[in-house]
Design a protein around this ligand. Structure first.
Ligand code: GLN
Length: 487
């Protein structure tokens, strides 16, 4: 069984074990476990062993390889890494090889981490189930007939099945938090601008954020400390000091004010999810927190607002995949227009095409004011709702998703039903604030349930300490899914 990132880094730094041994064990674990889960799109075994060897050599020379010394990490396949493909789960990028590492990949490696492979996702991050992928659907390690969530389903499943101690995902509308919740791991979406998006293949640029997933909040804090911080190559990356997230984990929660809003606990919420979330809030009360009712009046417009903005941005971002600059080109086009149309027609999946069309429509002359501009205005109202709420509370608690993991295939024919599974997560992206998902129980059918905690901009430290102290008092995260308990 794979140990935590914190424990691995400590053992490697103190030479209790070598990075190479850890990498080999991790690769063997992926090999024996991923056949049924399909969390990985690519495993970079040789490169990982070579990288681990370099970490061991640095240690032998007396150098400090960094806080993630020898920690195996899986990276979502919409984040560029050198050596091997970055496919975004799309046929159009099937053979695309990046010439550079994303900022997060550079940071992780500079901190001694060993990237072991790239994980499955909904094509370009568009989806909530990792079913919209050019390859196999990722199964939920807790129940193979259920989805792992999405779009970072591969990253969440790989961590949940104990194939890797930690993984990196991206979150545009909930894609770290929702799969984390479905798979019983912790996932953090930082404040917009906290982590550089350099090398993340853009989906909705004003919403996208990269973040870590791990079994324990402590490991998430460790990784966040490594990947957060200013990068001049992403003009939206914020030049604000990165606190020592690990050092702050045990800061007392006395006086913590937790907001709860009816808008997040109303119609459509599964009773078992409600029960677990309310029990988690009760638990935090025993730790010194108080609960304050709040009102977020514009939340009902969040889904509509998000799907106008995100599709508009996606239609523009995905224009670069034209068969010329990147990716698939149709073999025998009749003329140039046919080359564009056929390359894109053959390369993109159905959901991506739907979104490009919706976004193009929302941005087109005559509709721009009615849809896109209107959505931007609603976004401002949603942001203000949060600013107002954070005047009187330190964090807002809610479910992550309205239900536990749904059955594979259940929502594939009904895009709107799929979109609704993001109802509690997308507002944090629209407002640019931070939010974390932490395991808070299981349904009667044994499916994981997550608690979401949202915090004001740059409030990651507080969310991590609440999540950590909650985990110290509970054992939900210690349960291991059946798919991984065989060794
Ligand atoms: N499910 C949402 C969407 O399809 C969010 C995806 C994400 O966060 N990447 O857009």
């Amino acid at each position: 069984m794979i140990a935590s990132a914190t424990d691995i880094a400590k053992a490697v730094r103190t030479k209790e074990c070598s990075a190479k041994e850890v990498a080999a064990q991790c690769l063997a674990r992926i090999e024996s476990t991923d056949g049924n889960t399909h969390a990985f799109l690519r495993i970079s075994g040789e490169k990982a062993i070579e990288r681990a060897r370099q970490v061991d050599e640095a240690i032998a020379r007396g150098e400090d390889p960094g806080p993630l010394a020898g920690v195996p990490i899986a990276v979502k396949d919409n984040i560029c890494t050198v050596g091997g493909t970055t496919t975004c789960g799309s046929k159009i990028l099937e053979k695309f090889e990046s010439r550079y590492d994303a900022h997060v990949a550079q940071r992780l490696q500079a901190a001694g981490a060993v990237i072991v492979g790239k994980t499955n996702l909904d094509e370009f991050g568009m989806g909530s189930s990792t079913e919209n992928t050019a390859t196999a659907t990722t199964c939920n390690p807790w129940n193979a007939s259920r989805v792992a969530g999405g779009s970072s389903g591969g990253s969440a499943a790989a961590v949940a099945a104990r194939m890797v101690p930690a993984a990196i995902g991206s979150d545009t509308g909930g894609s770290i938090r929702q799969p984390a919740s479905f798979c019983s791991v912790v996932g953090l979406k930082g404040t917009y601008g906290r982590v550089s998006r350099y090398g993340l293949v853009a989906y909705g640029s004003s919403l996208d954020q990269i973040g870590p997933l791990a079994v324990e909040a402590r490991d998430v804090a460790l990784l966040m400390g490594v990947i957060a911080g200013h990068d001049r190559r992403d003009s939206t990356s914020v030049d604000a000091e990165v606190p020592d997230y690990v050092a702050g984990l045990d800061d007392p929660l006395d006086g913590l004010r937790i907001g709860i809003s009816e808008e997040y606990l109303g119609e459509g919420l599964d009773e078992e999810v409600r029960g677990c979330v309310m029990a988690a809030i009760e638990n935090l009360k025993t730790r010194g927190a108080s609960v304050v009712p709040i009102h977020l009046p514009h939340m009902n417009y969040a889904i509509a607002c998000y799907y106008v903005i995100v599709t508009a941005e996606a239609s523009s971002n995905l224009a670069r995949f034209d068969g010329v600059h990147y990716g698939h080109r149709t073999p025998e086009p009749k003329d140039m227009i046919d080359m564009y149309a056929s390359s894109r027609g053959e390369g993109f999946g159905a959901e991506v095409k739907r979104r490009i069309m919706l976004g193009t429509y929302a941005l087109s002359s005559g509709y721009y004011d009615a849809y896109y501009l209107k959505a931007l205005k609603v976004r401002t109202l949603i942001r203000r709702d949060f600013e107002e709420a954070f005047q009187s509370v330190d964090a807002i608690a809610s479910p992550v998703a309205p239900t536990p993991a749904f059955t594979i295939g259940e929502k594939t024919e009904d895009p709107l039903a799929m979109y609704l599974s993001d109802i509690y997560t997308i507002s944090a992206n629209l407002a640019g604030i931070c939010a974390i998902s932490v395991p808070c129980g299981f349904s009667g059918a044994g499916l994981p349930i997550g608690l979401q905690l949202m915090g004001p901009a740059f409030g990651e430290g507080k969310l991590l300490s609440v999540a950590h102290q909650y985990q110290q008092a509970t054992d939900h995260h210690e349960q291991v899914p059946p798919a991984s308990s065989t060794d």
